[in-house]
Design a protein around this ligand. Structure first.
Ligand SMILES: Nc1ncnc2c1ncn2[C@@H]1O[C@H](COP(=O)(O)OP(=O)(O)OP(=O)(O)O)[C@@H](O)[C@H]1O
Length: 351
């Protein structure tokens, strides 16, 4: 029976991947071809095993819809990783920076000082890139205060049907994994060096990231073990440094930039967050943490200033509400500040 592409897509949208996202939105369906009753497409996955039940479901549903022939090719991106084990205390094997299969680029979002809005920037940037049609992943490596599950409105424990690969969760077009999803909300996490390295390496290599244009990594503040481990284990394409204009934050940001320089990670640019406060009642503008300090610093260091993000109540409310402002209020001036960064990165071929 002759089927239309729309009918087929509609049917595929009714099938979910293990994270609960429909397989079309999850970016699993590529190169769809519908000719008369013949349906062909490619399923992009790193390891096919966890997706075999989905393949069977697709075949069954499309046949029931009237397809004469359904042909699904499952692609693996590159060599499968060696079988990992899920014990968090496992020591990471010494190895140089590697590309993650299927992940085109990795961008770290870093700050010298805590609380300057690094995670807020990371979540908004990830959602803005996804809204531009990029395939985006978010690795919340802020092991001391993982906030991405809350900011991206994701909860629940990630599944691992084969006991080896972890299936990430997904929201707003962003595939995400956080150490916060593996621990209880109120459980204090005390990480020793080797555990930390093991957990980070696990999140990099044992998560079924799928095909991504860019993986955003939300780092903890400072210049510690996580930053070092990440740069040693994964090939970082660049770092974005978030700072407030305050002197103390800038001093720490400088240390962060110095660390990335030493690790030979290119600095993509700096973002001044909490730049200007505009009163949501009267519109009065004031510079709570000063203004322009990051622009001056970026110029001194010869790196681009990517944005000046205002300090605005709506940004905080959106973050706490589990839908970043670029999702909850995409046309607002605050969202546009983030969306412009996403566009700049895409135009520059960085994301
Ligand atoms: N531009 C902004 N306007 C209003 N509130 C903001 C802005 N940026 C961040 N915030 C708020 O400030 C708080 C700290 O932000 P965030 O958690 O993103 O900082 P961080 O640098 O990632 O912190 P940490 O040191 O915990 O990693 C959050 O409550 C967030 O909602």
């Amino acid at each position: 029976m002759a089927l239309t592409r729309e009918q087929v897509l509609e049917c595929l949208k009714g099938i979910t991947d293990p994270s609960g996202t429909d397989i079309v939105a999850a970016g699993l369906v590529r190169a769809l071809n519908v000719e008369d009753g013949n349906v062909r497409f490619v399923m992009e996955v790193v390891r096919p095993e966890p997706y075999l039940p989905i393949k069977a479901e697709v075949e069954e549903k499309l046949t029931a819809l009237g397809a004469d022939q359904v042909s699904i090719v499952m692609t693996a991106h590159s060599k499968p990783a060696a079988p990992p084990d899920l014990k968090p205390s496992r020591k990471a094997e010494p190895a140089g920076p590697e590309k993650i299969p299927g992940v085109d680029r990795i961008i770290a979002i870093a700050s010298g000082k805590g609380g300057v809005g690094k995670s807020t920037v990371a979540s908004n940037l990830a959602c803005a890139l996804a809204a531009e049609g990029r395939r985006v992943g978010m690795l919340d490596a802020d092991v001391y205060g993982p906030s991405q599950p809350r900011m991206l409105g994701v909860s629940g424990r990630p599944q691992s049907p084969d006991g080896k690969l972890i299936l990430p969760l997904r929201n707003f077009g962003v595939t995400m994994m956080s150490i916060g999803l593996m621990t209880n909300d109120d459980q204090a996490v005390v990480w020793r060096g080797p555990m930390l390295m093991g957990a980070l390496q696990q999140m990099l290599t044992q998560v079924q990231w799928g095909a991504l244009d860019v993986l955003i990594v939300d780092l903890p503040p400072g210049t510690g073990d996580v930053q070092m481990t990440l740069a040693q284990k994964a090939h970082l394409d660049g770092a974005i440094i978030v700072s407030t204009p305050q002197d103390v934050a800038l001093m720490d940001a400088r240390k962060g930039i110095d660390m990335f320089n030493q690790m030979k990670t290119p600095i993509i640019g700096m973002i001044e967050n909490m730049s200007t406060h505009i009163c949501s009642n009267c519109g009065h503008e004031e510079h709570v943490f000063g203004h322009g300090g990051v622009a001056a610093e970026a110029e001194k260091l010869g790196v681009p200033l990517l944005a000046e993000i205002p300090l605005h109540l709506d940004i905080r409310l959106a973050a706490d509400g589990g839908a970043p402002i670029v999702v909850s209020s995409p046309e607002s001036a605050q969202a546009l500040a983030f969306r412009n960064v996403a566009k700049t990165l895409i135009e520059a071929g960085k994301a």
